[in-house]
Write a protein that binds this ligand. Structure first.
Ligand code: PLP
Length: 371
């Protein structure tokens, strides 16, 4: 699905040199690389504050902690996403309210959000799934009307741009109150281990977030609140600095591969290629097809025999998961997610795909679909 070895080969001299410098200096935690990375990412995203942390799941948890939500407060999020988003809501004893998604973008449904709002609703977490933004114009309007916080889960969409109908453009994750991301190796900006970050344009929230990632400390050894220990280490920050300089070209490579796939599969009966909405660029963390009547697991097995990895993101709606109160939902309230879970397949998507590989992948799947 990803080729991190070839990607590393291209930047190996720079990375190896930097890592050996850090090892010689033994400045592993809170070293200058972390601060430099923070500033460079702030500039790249055009956001006031970046707070590095240990991973994308922590980033979400810390964001919700900073908003001061109380047990029982309801947080609306997408039924069709990676479990981390809903996991942290539950961990903080908040009440997740899962809602259906839009069929074309896979992102949280605006109508479904409106229907799910109650007097207990305190926040919305849109997940910018597979690399393109949710409809932030509508989400921010709903949030304003009902006085809700918005936390953008940008783990899959760093570098994507939201294009408002009011004429402005902003980076994914920098529109709501707080944005979060992950630097897990296979993400669009990945390090060589775990890493994450939190974004905000709000000075007060930034101060709270910085305190929470550092045990709730304000002044040294004065603890203002209960926090956590969530750090990005110097080696990961150094790797991310090098890769951040490549991020735009990495995104272009992904977009080129996506275009190859879409040109090919839009010619095939029963296959729906990803939609690029007019309010967002698409950075293609995943390239996901909808295929009518497909047996996804059989197709996956067929592709595996051809040597092509293919994944099913996601095979099961979160509202059917035992851990997330499956019994409180009506299955029929999630027609789109239910349908998507039965028809989506994701093809290999990364920065190193060449024409030969793309031709092989597409013809392999075509062979399955036309057999
Ligand atoms: C990867 C991911 C996360 C979690 O990131 P980690 O760094 O693995 O903790 C959260 N949300 C979404 C949508 C993700 O894809």
């Amino acid at each position: 699905m990803v080729d991190l070895v070839s990607q590393y080969e291209k930047i190996k001299p720079e990375i190896d040199k930097k890592l050996s410098e850090i090892m010689s200096s033994a400045s592993f935690i809170n070293g200058p690389e972390v601060k430099e990375f923070q500033t460079e990412l702030e500039n790249y995203l055009d956001v006031k504050h970046v707070i590095p942390c240990a991973n994308g799941t922590d980033a979400l948890q810390i964001a919700l902690m900073a908003l001061g939500l109380q047990p029982g407060d309801e947080v609306i999020t997408s039924d069709f996403t990676f479990a981390a988003t809903v996991e942290v809501i539950k961990l903080l004893k908040l009440t997740p309210v899962l809602v259906d998604v839009e069929r074309d973008t896979f992102n949280i449904s605006i109508d479904a959000i409106k229907k799910a709002i109650t007097p207990k609703t305190k926040a919305i977490i849109p997940v910018h799934l597979f690399g393109q933004c949710s409809n932030m114009d509508d989400i921010m309007a709903i949030a304003k009307q009902h006085q809700l916080y918005v936390v953008e889960d940008t783990a899959q969409a760093i570098g994507a741009k939201f294009i408002s109908k009011d004429g402005w453009t902003k980076s994914a994750g920098c529109i709501g109150d707080i944005g979060t991301t992950s630097f897990f190796p296979s993400k669009n900006l990945g390090c060589f281990g775990d890493g994450g970050a939190i974004f905000t344009n709000n000075d007060e929230l930034a101060t709270t977030l910085r305190s929470i990632v550092n045990h709730g400390m304000g002044k040294r050894y004065y603890y203002d609140r209960v926090g956590v220990n969530s750090r990005l280490d110097s080696m990961q920050a150094a790797i991310l600095r090098i890769k951040l300089r490549q991020l735009n070209s990495y995104i272009e490579n992904r977009q080129k591969a996506a275009k190859y796939y879409s040109d090919f599969f839009s010619q095939i009966e029963g296959v729906e290629v990803p939609t690029i909405s007019d309010f967002s660029t698409h950075v293609f963390h995943q390239y996901t097809l909808k295929i009518k009547g497909i047996n996804q697991f059989e197709a996956q097995e067929f592709m595996k025999e051809k040597g092509v990895p293919m994944m099913i993101y996601y095979p099961m709606p979160l509202h059917t998961q035992k851990a997330y109160d499956a019994d409180k939902y009506n299955h029929s309230d999630f027609p789109i997610t239910n349908e998507l879970c039965e028809c989506v397949v994701s093809l290999p998507m990364h920065t190193e795909l060449d024409e030969e590989q793309l031709a092989y992948i597409t013809s392999s799947l075509k062979a399955y679909l036309t057999k």
